[in-house]
Design a protein around this ligand. Structure first.
Ligand SMILES: [Zn+2]
Length: 484
């Protein structure tokens, strides 16, 4: 009889979960979180994983914190979440992770990076964006970037991101298909955009080639459970109006995300105004480029009116405080954007302009930078910075129905974080501790889409020694290439 009960429960659970992710595009505005709570009195449901004990920071709408909590994971999603003793009565887990004394948080979301640029980490620092790009980055890319380079740099970046508890990242680079392949193998979620730029680059020599690549790429990955394929026009100053309009049309055809840089520097704002008569966001709005699938990195030089345009259309934004500070690009009007409840997340930008992929630093920096600029220490409190790295970041990527908070029915992207290292002792206030005291090294265990990718600091899907060896070999090659 018991066996029959379990079998029935399994069948029910299976039928509820099988109908999930693959069929609806994550960017479909009509998508809904399926209600899959399956509770039959007296029946325990088999689940893949139970995280038991610890304090859960849900980041749900009520911002609930659950002390002595538990999260049950099944088929890649959160099946149940609640008090440890309640959950224990309802599930039979295949595996249990004890999180007593730790904090369980939604996986962090890096809303803007160029992941293979980890191989250019520290290649040139302390320069203007234009000099940095044209004298170092573009030449170094021209001489070194090929598919193998992109794969090696991606594996390095993925390992670094997992170590720091980043479970989803938004990327823009070349050979994005190889980046998608490496991310999928490592088990990391990504909104990945193939770059389109109006000069010949490593993977595509003409706009026609780049557009064809982007279309193939979007078609190939559009139903993947981990990869959200995107089209990534570099910026309004490197892609023509005609090409931007064609990208909007391609995005409409496939309901695909569009990743881009907008209004990063004052020079960009002034140049676009001179060339097109409007500042970047207004210009892009007038040519019909903006949509609720656009993810705009930086948005530093935008006006109040442009904040309203972004809000009305539903443009997501990636705030990259450390990159903007390092390149002296300026400070995005984040408090004004938050006051209008914009979908704004945090991003590291590429490791060449940061120089790491550490979201804990971005939270800390964002919270402090806007206090300094506003002259008001109440600006951007810790909880709001944490929100930008989780649920608000998910909104910026238009994926908040799937990720960004710990709730039944959402994908199981979960970090288990230590709370008792020296830098965290003593402990008083949770959000303050997470934003101002916790470091990337305090992340212990990482689960993405229900799969364990790091357990007790050990990477399970990537080989750290091989990654370092490959990266150091590229270092020699890159140094030589810049001498020639
Ligand atoms: Zn960027």
């Amino acid at each position: 009889m018991d066996k029959l009960k379990y079998f029935l429960a399994f069948l029910l659970l299976f039928s509820f979960t099988i109908s999930g992710f693959g069929q609806v595009s994550p960017l479909d505005p009509n998508r809904e979180i399926p209600k899959r709570k399956l509770l039959i009195r007296g029946l325990k449901t088999p689940v893949d994983l139970l995280i038991s004990g610890g304090t859960i920071v849900t980041m749900n709408e009520k911002r609930e914190i659950i002390e002595d909590g538990a999260v049950a994971v099944s088929n890649g999603e959160i099946f149940l979440i609640g008090k440890r003793l309640d959950i224990a009565k309802q599930v039979i887990p295949k595996r249990i992770i004890n999180a007593t004394g730790k904090v369980i948080i939604p996986g962090l979301i890096n809303t803007h990076t160029h992941v293979p640029m980890t191989l250019f980490r520290g290649i040139s620092d302390d320069l203007d964006l234009q000099d940095w790009l044209t004298k170092y980055i573009f030449p170094a890319e021209a001489k070194n970037v090929d598919e193998q380079f992109v794969r090696a740099g991606t594996r390095l970046g993925l390992a670094e991101m997992i170590r720091g508890g980043t479970t989803t990242y938004c990327d823009m680079y070349y050979f994005e298909d190889a980046i998608a392949d490496e991310s999928k193998k490592a088990g990391v979620r990504g909104v990945l955009g193939e770059t389109i730029i109006d000069f010949p680059v490593a993977d595509n020599k003409t706009n026609a080639e780049a557009m064809a690549y982007a279309e193939r790429f979007v078609k190939k990955w559009q139903n993947d459970p981990l990869i959200v394929p995107a089209i990534a026009p570099h910026a309004p100053y490197t892609v023509s109006t005609e090409h931007l309009k064609a990208i909007r049309a391609l995005s409409d055809k496939y309901n695909a995300a569009v990743v881009t840089h907008i209004a990063e520097t004052k020079k960009e704002r002034d140049d676009i105004k001179k060339q097109y008569g409007d500042t970047p966001m207004t210009y892009l709005n007038k040519i019909g480029f903006l949509s609720n699938r656009v993810i705009a990195a930086h948005t530093v030089w935008i006006t109040d009116n442009e904040i309203d345009i972004m809000k009305r259309i539903g443009v997501g934004s990636a705030h990259c405080p450390q990159s903007n500070m390092k390149l002296a690009s300026g400070v995005a009007p984040v408090p004004a954007m938050l006051a209008k409840d914009l979908a704004i997340g945090l991003g590291t930008d590429g490791a060449a302009s940061n120089n790491d992929l550490n979201m804990w630093e971005e939270m800390d920096t964002a919270a402090k930078l806007h206090k300094l600029i506003s002259g008001d220490p109440k600006t951007l409190p810790a909880e709001q910075a944490f929100e930008m790295a989780t649920i608000r970041g998910a909104r910026a990527l238009h994926l908040d129905s799937l990720i960004g908070s710990l709730e039944a029915g959402k994908r199981a992207d979960i970090d288990i974080v230590d709370l008792d290292d020296l830098n965290q002792t003593p402990y008083y206030n949770l959000y303050s501790h997470l934003v101002y005291a916790t470091k990337a090294n305090d992340v212990r265990t990482v689960i993405i889409n229900g799969r364990l990718v790091m357990l007790d600091r050990r990477l399970l899907t990537l080989n750290e020694n091989v990654i370092k060896k490959d990266a150091n070999a590229y270092r020699e090659k890159i140094i030589k290439s810049l001498r020639n």
